[in-house]
Design a protein around this ligand. Structure first.
Ligand SMILES: Cc1ncc(C[n+]2csc(CCOP(=O)(O)OP(=O)(O)O)c2C)c(N)n1
Ligand SMILES: CC(=O)[C@@H](O)[C@H](O)COP(=O)(O)O
Ligand SMILES: [Mg+2]
Length: 637
């Protein structure tokens, strides 16, 4: 039995010797590389927190002490030490989640994936403990990247204000988000890390320790106790101490003894403490360390020896199509600039940054700032393209509404990972954008159905300089081109029939589902028109008159059914007094468990067979009995 297998719960760690802890760390890294290579997942971040996680679980008594992981993508080691060692279906249907999950364990507190929230949670939990007179520590682990998010600073402002309320913030500083973390905060962390004299003092301390093994631990404690003095003498004045947090660090986050010592001192302190740990993303796995772009932040299924992908790609990704086209547009228009929220490569802006390094900004994990800054750029005469994952735009709703739309700024938002993303679980699906954004006056939303449409609609979007525009597309490959057979208004007709009964409105990537559903319906003698509205907000004025020539309208979208495109179409038909029932096919109003995208779509009935089956059942039940029937009622699927 390996040491790792012998760890069933955190308390099992306490009996291990220093040598065994070293062995355990090696075993964990070996386990992570092989397990994550089999399923895909967040490899680099987890390789970086092995010793930190072991130390946390040796010093604190989870779950009585609450250990919170910001973003949650670095919680695999925590899972391994809290009784979850079956990683065979990690992020897959029925397997472990890629993030903390309350359903999985009493040791998990926040079910996250959106960054920069853990400090706010910690603030609330610490306050609750105080009010209820409960004992126990609250510890929040936050990355240097997550610390660039505004929410983290709102929380720190509150945490620092309560001098007598214990709360421990552990900064896991690996100098990277995906790419190196940017900005004033990153510079400050670097200054704390690299002050020459301070480094020399630390090196001297380590050397003393190594020479005196018997008195090592007490000397270590004394050395760390004296650190504040050293820091004042040699390091720049700490921003955190100026704010009112006790600063402990910087600590070598791969030295379990050093981390434990720092955590124990933090635990004894009766107010807010920040422990600054220096770690290495991808630690112990050469291919990750050598990977300049992101140190294997996430990997797909791969061979752990060669790192060759084991799942064939299905053609160019949506991301790469966007990435290439925005460079072409950039060549033609000098005013087009780009913004990323710490995800330059994942959103496809890498080539643009290479070609136009002065026309792209990484603003950190700060979607709200990205939107407001874009409003400023637009007002300053440029056309910004803000590229984010769909789920993260939720953060910037108010800024899109009040700063961009109210001021009629020509800003283009590009939402990658829209719709069901699947394996990253409930918080990562980009399934709300077309609902929450319906209410934004002046905003135009495009949902391209294929790569050609993405290129064309991106160009249409950046041509709008007096209102916000937005494009959304899903994860993975863009699939084959879907030709139009006709154009009505601004909409592409994808399939026609004589005397059609059903109008299928295919939103973006759901075009292929609708075409297949139309074939299935045709086989049952039900004739369909399939139309791709291209721009789904506002509803094309040609849609209501087209709908009037059918018995039933079915809107199929990879977005929440609640208040999405289907609802907007129903509203437009109502306003135009077109009395044809509308069935809405979309994502039910629920949080979707992690599984592959295809599995999730099948579970929620967004497949051609389901769509066709439900449409023919509606018709058989008498819905849309006659074209333009005055009695037809709008149908809520
Ligand atoms: C609001 C939000 N925006 C973007 C992301 C995408 N994202 C996931 S992890 C990450 C980088 C996190 O860096 P850091 O906190 O330093 O953790 P590390 O991976 O370095 O351990 C980003 C940008 C996110 N999770 N949440
Ligand atoms: C934690 C987080 O938000 C990202 O790391 C995300 O998991 C990446 O998703 P993709 O793998 O789809 O880029
Ligand atoms: Mg980091």
């Amino acid at each position: 039995m390996t040491i790792l297998e012998s760890i069933r719960q955190p308390r099992d760690l306490k009996a291990l010797t220093e040598a065994e802890l070293g062995e355990l760390s090696d075993e964990i890294r070996e386990f992570l590389v092989h397990a994550v290579a089999r399923t895909g997942g967040h490899l680099g971040p987890n390789l970086g927190v092995v010793e930190l996680t072991v130390a946390l679980h040796r010093v604190f008594e989870s779950p009585a002490d609450r250990i919170l992981w910001d973003t949650g993508h670095q919680s695999y080691v925590h899972k391994l030490l809290t009784g979850r060692q079956d990683f065979s279906k990690l992020r897959g249907k029925g397997g472990l989640s890629g993030y903390p999950s309350r359903e999985e364990s009493e040791h998990d507190v926040i079910e996250n994936s959106h960054a920069s929230t853990a400090l706010g949670w910690a603030d609330g939990l610490a306050k609750a403990r105080r009010v209820r007179g409960e004992k126990g520590h609250v510890v929040a682990v936050v990355g240097d990247g997550a610390l660039t998010g505004g929410m983290a600073w709102e929380a720190l402002n509150n945490i620092a204000a309560a001098k007598d309320r214990p709360l421990i913030v552990v900064v896991n500083d690996n100098e990277r988000s995906y790419a190196p973390t940017i900005g004033g905060l990153a510079n400050h962390l670097a200054a704390l890390r690299t002050t020459d004299g301070y480094e020399r003092v630390l090196a001297w301390g380590k050397a003393v320790l190594q020479r005196t093994p018997l008195v090592g631990p007490p000397v270590y404690e004394a050395l760390h106790g004296a650190k504040k003095g050293f820091k004042d003498a040699f390091a720049p004045q700490g921003l955190f101490e100026d704010l009112g947090l006790k600063y402990v660090g910087p600590i070598d986050g791969h030295d379990i003894r050093a981390v434990e010592s720092a955590l124990r001192r933090a635990k004894r302190f009766h107010g807010p403490v920040l422990v600054h740990c220096i770690t290495e993303k991808g630690r112990g796995y050469e291919p990750a360390l050598a990977h300049e772009e992101d140190h294997f932040h996430t990997v797909g299924v791969m061979d752990p020896l060669t790192c060759a992908p084991l799942v064939p790609s299905g053609g160019p990704s949506w991301t790469s199509v966007f990435g290439e086209e925005i460079v072409r547009i950039g060549e033609e228009r000098e005013d087009v600039v780009a913004i990323t929220a710490a995800m330059l490569h994942p959103v496809g802006l890498g080539p643009f940054a290479e070609r136009f390094p002065d026309r792209v900004w990484d603003v950190g994990i700060a979607e709200q700032h990205a939107a407001v800054s874009a409003a400023g750029l637009a007002t300053g005469g440029l056309h910004p393209v803000v590229a984010v994952y769909a789920t993260f735009l939720n953060r910037a709703f108010d800024q899109l509404l009040m700063d961009v739309a109210l001021h009629r700024c020509g800003v283009t938002f590009v939402l990658d990972r829209a719709g069901v993303t699947g394996t990253d679980g409930p918080s990562h699906n980009g399934m709300w954008d077309m609902s929450v954004l319906q209410v934004v006056p002046g905003l135009r939303i495009a949902a391209p159905r294929d790569a050609d449409q993405l290129r064309a609609q991106l160009r249409e979007a950046v041509a709008v300089d007096d209102a916000p525009t937005l494009l959304r597309f899903p994860k993975e490959s863009a699939g084959p081109a879907i030709p139009a057979v006709d154009r009505i208004g601004g909409m592409d007709v994808l399939h026609e029939a004589d005397d059609p009964e059903v109008l299928l409105v295919a939103v973006g990537v759901m075009a292929s589902v609708c075409l297949q559903a139309a074939d299935l319906l045709q086989a049952r003698g039900i004739r369909c028109t399939v139309v791709d509205p291209r721009w789904v907000k506002p509803v094309d004025p040609a849609l209501p008159p087209l709908a009037a020539g059918h018995r039933l309208v079915a809107v199929v979208e990879d977005n929440s059914r609640a208040a999405g495109v289907g609802s907007a179409v129903a509203l437009a038909l109502g306003d135009a007094e077109v009395d044809v029932p509308v069935r809405r096919f979309g994502i039910p109003e629920q949080f979707l468990a992690h599984a592959k995208r295809g599995e999730v779509l099948a579970d929620i009935g967004l497949t051609p067979v389901d769509v066709a089956g439900r449409i023919s059942a509606s018709l058989a039940a008498g819905q849309g009995l006659a074209k333009q029937s005055p009695d037809a009622q709008e149908h809520q699927a």
